[in-house]
Design a protein around this ligand. Structure first.
Ligand code: AFP
Length: 315
């Protein structure tokens, strides 16, 4: 396992240009992983006292992870702005306001798992700015459909720290080796299994799901012979789905009529990875990557996974 994150530079058209950004994500991941490991000793667990734009209570680790990620994106010199799930507005990096890329991030996904030492993650995607380099980037630069994303991925903080990403030519998984402080390739060319695996959903909501989804799921889980797993942290649930097959879903329900998960921070990056791994990503109405974003914090229903399972739920 000697191949490191540097191999991104050899991958497809976007490989070398994405190197600094993906390396920046790697540095952020190492810092966030260390922060998580030591959080209980530094009093960093628990609520920060504020709410994010979604009206969700922020944990201290949400805020700290967000700061770490932004600092690392700034340090690349290639990122002009960051849209974060934890920030209401787009954060423009003034020193590099003419840089070519914008990054969208959920810095600490699954934060309800923090109190129970469960897995959490970071999700990101990268787009090229639409505005001219002599203009100040703004939110319109971020409102790009998933088909225009040039790189996306996630970091899973589990027993090992893993970075799984794509620059548009397949999906590779890298595991952080604490002995040499490098991300080494451990899961080359990930392809989602097209049969078997698990369905992954918060089934407690099934009575509230819209459009008869509860019955549809019962039928699909029998046809596709799916087991059931749910962590409640999208990164961990998607990671298992990518490696073992099946489907992760968060349907629209009576409370969240347009879905719960965020289009730009969760659905598009994970949809990009799913398609790159040979799977599908759908909202129930259209492929996730075809949705034209209208707002930074927009939500959509999601069905992500093996082709037959996603087709069965969304046809
Ligand atoms: P948090 O980051 O606020 O914990 O949200 C996690 C999440 O967006 C996603 O990671 C999970 O898949 C989903 O929410 C879990 O939602 P439920 O708790 O409603 O099942």
């Amino acid at each position: 396992m000697s191949d490191t994150l540097n191999r991104i530079s050899e991958e497809g058209a976007n490989g070398s240009s994405m190197m600094p950004v993906i390396q920046g994500v790697g540095r952020a991941a190492i810092e966030i992983a260390a922060l998580l490991r030591g959080a209980v000793f530094r009093g960093a667990l628990g609520l920060a006292g504020g709410e994010n734009v979604q009206g969700e209570q922020q944990q201290k680790l949400d805020v700290l992870s967000d700061e770490i990620f932004l600092d690392q994106m700034r340090s690349t010199g290639h990122v002009c702005a960051v849209g974060s799930e934890e920030q209401e507005e787009l954060l423009v990096i003034d020193e590099y306001a003419s840089a070519p890329y914008l990054v969208l991030v959920d810095p600490l996904d699954g934060s309800s798992n923090l109190d129970v030492d469960g897995p959490v993650g970071t999700i990101f995607s990268v787009v090229k700015r639409k505005s001219a380099s002599d203009q100040r980037p703004d939110v319109n630069d971020t409102l790009q459909a998933g088909r225009d994303v040039i790189a996306a991925g996630y970091v899973l903080y589990g027993p090992a720290t893993m970075l799984v990403c794509s620059v548009g030519s397949g999906v590779n998984g890298y595991t952080y080796n604490t002995n040499n402080a490098r991300f080494e390739i451990s899961h080359p060319d990930i392809k989602i299994p097209q049969s078997g695996g698990y369905y992954s959903v918060n089934e407690a909501n099934s009575a509230q799901w819209l459009h008869g989804m509860a019955d549809t799921l019962i039928s699909v889980r029998h046809t596709e012979k799916l087991g059931m797993r749910y962590v409640g942290a999208m990164v961990a649930d998607i990671h298992r789905t990518l490696l073992k097959g099946g489907v992760f879903l968060y349907p629209a329900d009576a409370k969240n009529t347009t879905g719960k998960l965020r289009l730009l921070y969760e659905a598009i990056p994970m949809g990009f990875l799913m398609e790159q791994a040979g799977g599908k990503a759908h909202t129930g109405e259209q492929p996730v990557l075809d949705v034209q974003p209208e707002a930074l914090h927009q939500r959509v229903p999601v069905y992500l996974g093996s082709c037959a399972a996603v087709d069965g739920l969304t046809a």
